[in-house]
Design a protein around this ligand. Structure first.
Ligand code: SF4
Length: 323
């Protein structure tokens, strides 16, 4: 029954990317598909149709770490929690540029400067803009920033310095946000995503699966992102860090993580879906299934506060998938 339904949905989306699944279909598939394989097969066909030639890797630098004023329940960088995450102010320009060159030479296509905190100060903005100009001079990386909430002036200056992408996660569904963050409203994040889009950035916005939200709330987030028309959706999976509010949260089972990716592809057939933090710990041996489940991008190298498994191994995995 589910198989028949999925085959007809797959054909429908392959014929017309605007005929993606709606909220009711997504909820039904999420709750009736106990075996993720059928969903994965469907998502892979859709990825092959629309994203086969659009596979990419992202890399980041945690340019400023810890001491954040926000209380995001999963985040070891929040000043509300006592964790082992490193705390340091904005790195020197030379260090940021050096890391970008290293990632470019290692095969990454995109590079993002990421800072902890609600928003950049004026001085930090100056340094980030100077680093961006140098990175553009020295590499062919597509440049992204994840630098907190935006206003029009900050967006304009970042754009003029060569950033083409802006990343700002919504983290979770609006209906679950109060369980995740209480120091700023959901609408601040929505507003930043809209400002980034208006400034002409390719906007990257997604969230974390496994914070305790329901399948309906995972789907709610997917539809909020669809409505915002973001170009790229980064999906993270819970990595419970000791000291944070989410320290005791269980990991997502690998098949549930793959199911999330597949559902996001069925909801957003034309968008980039990038698999980011928590990949190693949640997917384990199934990491090489990320593209089969519908993703077309992978974050490589280290994450913000946790280590990746190394650029070389990730690049080899992508080559071996021969997609
Ligand atoms: S997720 Fe970002 S805003 Fe939230 S606590 Fe961590 S660094 Fe601060």
């Amino acid at each position: 029954m589910v198989y028949d339904k999925l085959s007809s949905i797959t054909k429908r989306i392959i014929n017309d990317p605007n005929a993606a699944i709606d909220n009711d279909e997504a909820c039904e598939l999420a709750t009736t598909t106990h075996n993720a394989i059928d969903l994965i097969i469907s998502a892979n066909k859709i990825r092959e149709t629309y994203k086969a030639d659009d596979t990419f890797t992202c890399s980041i630098i945690n340019a400023k770490s810890g001491a954040c004023s926000e209380d995001c329940a999963f985040c070891p960088q929040s000043a509300f929690y006592k964790t082992k995450a490193r705390t340091y102010p904005l790195l020197d320009k030379s260090k940021i540029v050096e890391r970008a060159i290293e990632m470019w030479n290692g095969g990454a296509n995109k590079f993002s400067m990421v800072t902890s905190g609600y928003a950049l100060t004026e001085k930090e903005l100056d340094l980030i803009c100077e680093a961006a100009i140098l990175i553009k001079e020295k590499t062919g990386l597509s440049l992204c920033g994840s630098l907190g909430v935006l206003n029009e002036d900050i967006a304009e200056r970042l754009k003029a310095s060569g950033l083409t992408n802006y990343h700002h996660n919504l983290e979770t569904a609006r209906s679950f946000f109060d369980q995740v963050c209480t120091t700023h409203p959901y609408d601040d994040d929505i507003k930043s995503v809209k400002i980034a889009a208006r400034a002409g950035f390719k906007v990257c916005s997604g969230g974390i699966m496994g914070l305790g939200e329901s399948w309906e709330q995972r789907i709610e987030l997917a539809f909020t992102l669809k409505e915002l028309d973001v170009e790229s959706i980064p999906l993270n999976f819970i990595n419970p860090i000791p000291g944070t509010k989410m320290a005791e949260r269980p990991l997502l089972a690998p098949m549930d993580a793959l199911k999330c990716i597949a559902l996001y592809r069925l909801i957003n057939p034309l968008k980039d879906i990038t698999i980011c933090g928590g990949r190693e710990i949640s997917l384990g041996d199934y990491q090489s299934w990320t593209f089969l489940a519908g993703a077309n991008g992978l974050m490589v190298g280290d994450y913000l506060t946790t280590m990746g498994r190394g650029l070389k191994i990730d690049m080899e995995m992508i080559r071996n998938m021969e997609i």
